[in-house]
Design a protein around this ligand. Structure first.
Ligand code: NAP
Length: 282
């Protein structure tokens, strides 16, 4: 029997209005898991800023939030550019008010063999995942400090932070750095009332997954390979995000929560036949 399914999407995990009057910035909040996270904050009363590069993504995020009756703004942002990050927070302050919560969700990922990975591909993923997370977090914290306001930052990580993994050298190394950065910033900013945590999803398929990742395996194949017997549902990841940034988690900081049905701990008495990355990607 697989792990039980969570309650259906549409129920809020926390009391209604938990985030009333609060402003939440979600980078990459117009697609996939970022959009699901943005929606759950909206359901709890937050005003949400969807910050990413593509207008059609931002528009999809804003529509989802507004359909839930919450305030939303789409802000153009490339997280690799610190000036653009500062301009994004300026616009959020003008349109919604100062940010109380930051979700560093934006990421770039495409499986590639390390020997075929161009310097540009390596730099691009490290720049989005690691540098982008740092630029957004430090700008958020500077602004919170200047108004003596508390805040919560949640980094969206990945379980290959600990294991690494073939085909993901760029992303796994960058996510490992983000897990580490979570801890440094948590200690540095706790005296100022700013919490920094990380949420590491396992397999959470969704409609916006790029073709390159969709080709790797189907949700049904994934479910059969996960100890918990099923893939994750975006809204259950989003519930965890809303808890970790909420007043109910006021003493939680520097923590990485893994939500993956036991997948990254999976080991067998005998291991399956090893398939080199060249064959897996062919
Ligand atoms: P996704 O749909 O591909 O979302 C990535 C988002 O990041 C997009 O909305 C994209 O928007 C934005 N983005 C990319 N580069 C950016 C940049 N330079 N500046 C600003 N925004 C940028 O991926 P997802 O599956 O929802 O993943 C969300 C998070 O969960 C990621 O951190 C990912 O690593 C993590 N994760 C996902 C899974 C999973 O099973 N889905 C598993 C483990 C970890 P634009 O194109 O508009 O910029």
């Amino acid at each position: 029997m697989p792990l039980p399914a969570p309650p259906p999407q549409g129920l809020a995990m926390l009391p209604p209005h938990t985030y009333a009057g609060q402003v939440v910035v979600v980078t990459g909040g117009g697609t996939g898991l970022g959009k699901a996270i943005a929606a759950e904050f909206a359901r709890l009363g937050a005003g949400v800023a969807v910050a990413s590069r593509k207008p059609e993504h931002r528009q999809a995020g804003v529509q989802t939030i507004e359909a839930l009756g919450a305030k939303a703004v789409g802000v153009a942002l490339d997280v690799r550019d610190p000036d653009a990050v500062a301009a994004m927070f300026d616009q959020v302050e003008r349109d919604l008010g100062p940010a109380d919560v930051l979700i560093n969700n934006a990421a770039g990922n495409f499986p590639a063999q390390a020997v075929k990975m161009s310097p540009n591909a390596w730099r691009s993923v490290v720049d989005i995942v690691l540098n982008g997370t740092f630029f957004c977090s430090s700008e958020f914290a500077r602004r919170a400090l200047s108004r003596s306001a508390p805040g919560a930052i949640l980094n969206i990580g990945a379980t290959y932070s600990w294991t690494g993994g073939p085909g993901t050298a760029h992303s796994a190394a960058a996510k490992a750095a983000v897990t580490n950065l979570t801890q440094s910033l948590a200690v540095e900013w706790a005296p100022h009332g700013i919490r920094v945590n990380c949420l590491a999803p396992g397999k959470f398929p969704h409609d916006d997954l790029p073709e390159a990742l969709r080709k790797v395996s189907t949700p049904e194949q994934d479910a059969a390979r996960i100890p918990g017997g099923r893939v994750g549902l975006p809204h259950e990841l989003a519930w965890a995000a809303t808890y970790m940034c909420s007043p109910y988690a006021a003493y939680l900081t520097g923590h990485t929560l893994v939500l993956d049905g036991g997948n990254w701990l999976r080991r067998g008495l005998t291991m399956p036949e090893f398939i080199p990355i060249e064959e897996q990607l062919s």
